[in-house]
Design a protein around this ligand. Sequence first.
Ligand code: ADP
Ligand code: MG
Length: 392
Amino acid sequence: MAWKTLDDMDLNKKRVLVRVDINVPMENGEVTDATRIERIVPTVDHIQHAGGTVILMAHYGRPKGKVVPEMSLEHIAGTVAEVLGWPVVWANSDYRDAVKELEGDEILLLENLRFNPGEESNDPAFAKRLASLADIYVNDAFSAAHRAHASTEAIAHLLPACAGRLMQEELSALENALETPKRPVTAVVGGAKVSTKLDLLGNLVAKVDNLVIGGGMANTFLAAQSKDVGKSLCEHDLADTAREIMTKAEAAGCTILLPTDVVVAREFKAGAANEVVSADACPADAMILDAGPAAVAAINAALEASETLVWNGPLGAFEIEPFDAATNAAAAKAAALSKAGRLTSVAGGGDTVAALNKAGAADDFTYISTAGGAFLEWLEGKDLPGVAALKG
Ligand code: ADP
Ligand code: MG
């Protein structure tokens, strides 16, 4: 591992600046889901118990470099204290005085970093100001690691730096899934469009043994094989790109699994009349909304034979029943294999977490990343600035 963890740091009597993601949903001034705060507990507890003083820094919303009172972290300081179980003091922009006044076990929560334009511009001066508050820097916000901001990038070069527990857990899960995985590795990539996942597909075909393509994006691949996809969501102009990906996969020894049968309907709505047809027999006036049972059987067989799974994107229009069937069935299979210790499964991305939760499968996956953008960029094989900076 090229990055340090809390175990490598002497935290006793040190001020520790911890970048966290506590961008929690709020309604009428109340936090409606405190999951993101719960997930930083291990890092905060470790530092506090090791005799360090925690200074939390985070962003909230998109204030774009200006003070937007509704986006002040003062509003969630109470919830942060409750969830963490430590006294929390909120600091406006007079960080220095607030640090000096800290007493006993108190944790300091700095005001929304993005109120300062220097945060998003990765301004060295702002990073220096933050760094001057502490002795050690800890990044526990993997979900913000794809952005080169003052609190994720510049600052890591100014203080002894390490990954927090959540960052450590996330990086380990991702490394186990793609950098040093047990083979065979299967990737399931679904979702709406090929165009948003070109880099991801290009990176994965070079790294995995099987690539299952599902969802709307499978239609583009079927069309590229001269199959009629009727009125399906399909990017016909990407036929050449789809063929290039298939050629690249073949050269890399990656088997692409496209659906051999599909569920078609005339209407995009819950309970719409539907039928299962062969993947080359979509009626001209119908659209493909899910993978069929034979396709699911082939995916499940691939999962049975795999050691590792990386999953991003649903296999069908999972929000409307019964077009969630393929996603649910494959998710249940992956969950069961993971629970039995036969599969290491890592999933993440925008709608993926919702789809796996809806399938009731998320709990049994080995790891579910809640970091949308950062997870996708990592699947694309990109260097995440916040992670790269931790490597020194
Ligand atoms: P993710 O956010 O998981 O990376 P996307 O945002 O690319 O994935 O795609 C998710 C969306 O794709 C869902 O809203 C789903 O309904 C839609 N989708 C999946 N399969 C189809 C299909 N065959 N036709 C139309 N929409 C589909
Ligand atoms: Mg999405």
